[in-house]
Design a protein around this ligand. Sequence first.
Ligand code: G4P
Length: 498
Amino acid sequence: MLPSADQNEILRRRTFAIISHPDAGKTTLTEKLLLYGGAIHVAGAVKSNKIRKTATSDWMEIEKQRGISVATSVMGFDYSGYHINILDTPGHQDFAEDTFRTLTAVDSAIVVIDSAKGVETQTRRLMEVCRMRKTPVMVFINKMDREGKDPFDLMDEAEKELGIHCTPVTWANGQGLKFESVFALNNRPAEMSEKMQEDMEIIDEVYPTFDREAYLRGDLAPVFFGSAYKTVGVQELLDFLVANAPAPLPVTAEEREVEPMEDKFTAFCFKIHANMDPNHRSCIAFFKICSGKFLRNTYYYHVRKDQQMRFAAPTCFMAQKKETVDEAFAGDVVGLPDTGNFKIGDTLTAGEHLHFKGLPSFSPEMFKYIDNADPMKQKQLEKGVNQLMDEGVAQLFISQLNGRKIIGTVGQLQFEVIQYRLEHEYQAKCKWQNLPMYKACWIESDDDAELDMFLKRKAQYMAKDKEGRDVFMADSAYVLSMAQQDYKHIKFHFTSEF
Ligand code: G4P
């Protein structure tokens, strides 16, 4: 066990992500949280973090902005005796995989919903990941200063669309132009309008009181109302979060469960941020510390490479500044400068052979064959493609029909990123050929005969992923649902981990 001073450091950590559909107010809320922590002093400071809407088709511009956002990838600050780490999640849907993986590194999440728009697609998808991982979530219904949907309807929608029970913790005094403030439901104003009294009766009748255990299990989401823009309802959310959100949780490795308070350091890599400047092929590998304490200039064991490594310039992220750190604790994220040693999912330990689980790949939705466009550069192309896949830019499959390489992504942008980086970092050229597929899913079955039959009948749709597992590429939703109906003993998985 760690000395108690170190244990206290871990207990006071709250590491979470804010997830939302673009424009719901994630950046504004993040900024207001940082203001409360005294981490920034002026509103507007976090804006650079955001991928601006005008740039959606220009990925270089997006990457430039993402480059800026390295510094805001993790925002650490102290508040009320707690140490908070907010992990930034890119709002742009083409980077959804990045966001999915970031969610594997948090202990809880805040879901931001726009009161006028309700639950939107991106929020729904991200929430699926939280549900799968049983991540505790809090809901912040934002923009109450605008005309929006009825608060009860919004909660119904959240329950239905997000698949989680909800219970309000605060309530808004008015909405739209009449919006003034919020109050805690366990500390109601003495004077209330008739409408508000009716609301209170409904709340008392319909919603359960907040049950922290149910929240921690991922069954119940406390709901907050407010306006990030007007800084109303934000402090209530933050105070509730530090008091109720979990301190760093145990993490499951293939070998065993790892407890944050163990004295030996362990961490896993959930994100690699490439430097887009072709003159510096250096990256930052982001490691989430699962147990113990990380020390600068100390040798740690890189399990996959079976190699000791030490880091002279690890960084941590305090608000908007990237700073070299001497120590960091379970719950924190450290950024390790990397020149190609790390892959997503890599484990660092104090010597133990551990492999952390839980970094699934998600079923991609866009596919292209990738071919070599410069016969002299076959080797470079191969190396580049492999390294980019290790960084988690996209997924590689090999068609069982023709042996060709297929790249699968969640967004169109990734193809451009890959092509550009192959040219500029690996001096290799690629060509794309569209492959109009609907979805790739991993299949498995206990019924060998049925699996054999499936593999034979669907041979032209079969591929292998980079671990050699069978992947079925359905060319339409219909084909997929027919296959699910016809082959009852085959499981179709939409993430690589099952
Ligand atoms: P995102 O990170 O989730 O994409 O959203 P962001 O915070 O950038 O907010 C999107 C837009 O919504 C911004 O307006 C922001 O000012 C506005 N907004 C955020 N919270 C609230 C709120 O509580 N009430 C109201 N009325 N508006 C809110 P914008 O016009 O796109 O940008 P800006 O010119 O205000 O910077």
